[in-house]
Structures are given as C-alpha cells and as structure tokens.
Design a protein around this ligand. Sequence first.
Ligand SMILES: NC(=O)C1=CN([C@@H]2O[C@H](COP(=O)(O)OP(=O)(O)OC[C@H]3O[C@@H](n4cnc5c(N)ncnc54)[C@H](O)[C@@H]3O)[C@@H](O)[C@H]2O)C=CC1
Length: 383
Amino acid sequence: MPAQRVAVADEEGSPDAILIRRTMSEIGPVADKVASYFYALLFVRRPDLRVLFPPAMDMQRDRLLKALLTAAEHLDNTPVLVDYLQNLGRGHRKYGTRAEDYPAVGECLIGSLSKYAAAVWDPETEAAWVRAYTTISQVMIDSAAADALRSPAWWHAEVVTHDLRTPDVAILTVRPDQPYPFLAGQYTSIETPWWPRVWRHYSFASAPRSDGLLTFHVKAVPAGWVSNALVHRARPGDVIRLGPPTGSMTVDHTTDSGLLCLGGGTGIAPIKALVEDVAEHGARRPVEVFYGARTDHDLYEIDTMLRLQQSHSWLSVRAIIDQQARLQLPEALRDYGPWNEYDAYLSGPPGMIRSGVDMLRGFGIPSSRIRHDAVEELLVVGN
Ligand SMILES: NC(=O)C1=CN([C@@H]2O[C@H](COP(=O)(O)OP(=O)(O)OC[C@H]3O[C@@H](n4cnc5c(N)ncnc54)[C@H](O)[C@@H]3O)[C@@H](O)[C@H]2O)C=CC1
C-alpha cells in the first residue's frame, strides 16, 4: 500500500521535485547510513569501480549526499542545475569515471534510497528518481565528453618553489605539464603523490601568469591529509596532479563598480589574484581589501598585499587582527563604507563567509553582487 502522503510546507515545484525533496527529507537524519549502504552495494556489484575512489571513504560519503542534495534542491531551476552538473561531470573526468559506469551508480542509488526512505517510497517516487537520475547523468556525461575534446582530464604539475611562511602555512608554486587556462578567483583540486585519489580544493593565489606557473597558499589543518602533505612533505621536484579550474568568484569586467574584498586567513589567496586581475585590466576602480587573521603572525601575506597597495593608487588594504581589534573580520566593515555601490568578494572559513554575507546584505548590497565559493565546497577546501 502506498504510504499516506503527509502535507509538508515544502510542497511547491514540479511533481517530480516534490517527490524527490520528500525522499531527501526522509533520508536526512540517516544520510550517513544511506551513503555507506550505497557504496557497499556499488562495490559488491561492481568491484572494478573501487579503484576510482580514495582508500578512506569518509569524506567521499559526505560528498555524494551533498551533490544529491544540491541537485534535488535545484531540480526546477534548470540553469543553476545544469551549470552545477556540467561542472560535476567535468570534475569527474580526473577520477577516471566513464559513461558506462553511470547506470550501475543509478541502480545502487535508487536501491539505497528505497531502503532508507521506505516510508515514502512508491512507484511514482521511483519513477521520479529514475527520470531525475537519467537527466543528471546525461548532463554529466555530455559535459565530460565535450570537455574531453578541449582539455586533459587532469594535469601533472611539478613543485617549483615551496616557501614555509608560518609553522603551518606554505606558499607553493607549481609548473603544469600543459597550458592551464583559468580565471583569477577560481579554484582547482589537487592530489598529492602520497595520498592517491584524495583530492582537495585550493584557490589560485595569482592571476594567470605569462610563465604559466600557478601559486597556492596551503594551511596544514589537523588530520588534513592533503594539506599536511603539501605543507610538511612536498619539496621542489615533487609532482602533484591538478583537476580542472572551477568557481565563479571572478571579476565582472563589464562594470567599473568598486570591489570590496574580504580574505580570512589563507582566504587571502584568491583575493590577491583578483587584485592582480583588476591591475592587468587597467581599469581604475576602487578595490578595498580587508585581510583578517587571528594574530599578526598569521598575516603571512601582508607584505605582498602592502606592496600591491603601494603600486596601485586605487587599492586599499586593511589588516584586521582578531586579537587586537577584539572582533572578527566582517564586523570590522561597520567602521567603513558605505558599501551599497560595491561588488563584494568573500574568501575564507565557512563561518566568515556566512556572517559576512549577512552583514553585506544588511549594508544594502544585493545577493547578485556578493560572490564567494560554495560553502559546501569549502568544507573540503584545504584539508
Ligand atoms: N575560496 C575560498 O573561499 C577559500 C577559502 N579558504 C578557507 O579559509 C579558511 C582559512 O583558514 P585559516 O587561515 O585557519 O583562517 P582562520 O580560521 O584563522 O580565520 C581567518 C579570519 O577569518 C575570520 N573568521 C573566522 N571564523 C569566523 C567566523 N565564524 N565568523 C566571522 N569571521 C570569522 C576571523 O577574522 C579570522 O581571523 C579555511 O577554512 C579554508 O578552507 C581558503 C582559501 C580560499
């Protein structure tokens, strides 16, 4: 007998979107079990796929659910969903995912959802999931195929310099083995030779350079496999792998409005790239950078930022040190402004981004002019 439908507040959208959101809210409290069961099913049925995944699956489990939640949330918002899935499809090329692997993944996904959302699962729900998964996988497959015509699945890059700036922050410069096109403000994924198939996101710390070198700021975080390897183990000559560039925290060069940039800790990396990008475009638009750190020792890039300020009259750089100011970065903005005419860029810990966005909206900056990387992605940045 089909489960009785309980009216929930979130009943807007297409019939498929409603059914899919209902499944997602049903599995929400047991999301980790669903993900474990999904991977168990997948590896029992297709043991050959296990080599595509990292040895430790903990973070991978979260990623699957986050991707599903994002897709489910935007099911009726076609442009956002397609953009998200195209990126996901491109990003999966570096794992070695093939078009013919998608059906097995879909069957195992539906197998685990039907088990854990049994209370709301019925033939209509199953049909909605089959339709959604068919669309999702087709967009990913098509985008991976189109990308394969113009880009490698990954790049090798040799570490050229490794500069330990604090006991746990290093600046690495790497030379990709093939041209690596990207935009200032974007990020990529990095895999080290010591932890195969474990990929983490890092923002580019410079705008594209004529010598093709790329720079990253890495902070070793507790239990962070990739970050500790990059900070404490990597040396010039080591070879890492890079995924494709992604992210939309890029400068809109069609306007000349001012830029308000907040960089917290190593979040200063893409902000520096944005400043270089504005400088290269030659437009004299005001750029106001707020660089936050816990202590003055953590302001590892302040000299570079102050040098940039000296060279560019349109640039102002202010350091906000929690301990001295007795407040965190976004709060400091209250003493300056007005900001309502500015485009805003935020980069740093998820908590800073969340509170920063709230504050900037409060200053009258519309959401469409506030840019930052997805907070869900940031949770796997830099580990
Ligand atoms: N594209 C991006 O958004 C990038 C993000 N990151 C992220 O930035 C973080 C950097 O870590 P750390 O250097 O250890 O930074 P941190 O934890 O020392 O924080 C830096 C500053 O941000 C502010 N802040 C921190 N938490 C806040 C909160 N809950 N509310 C308001 N303000 C807050 C404070 O002013 C603090 O001094 C990492 O989480 C990393 O993943 C790093 C690079 C790029």
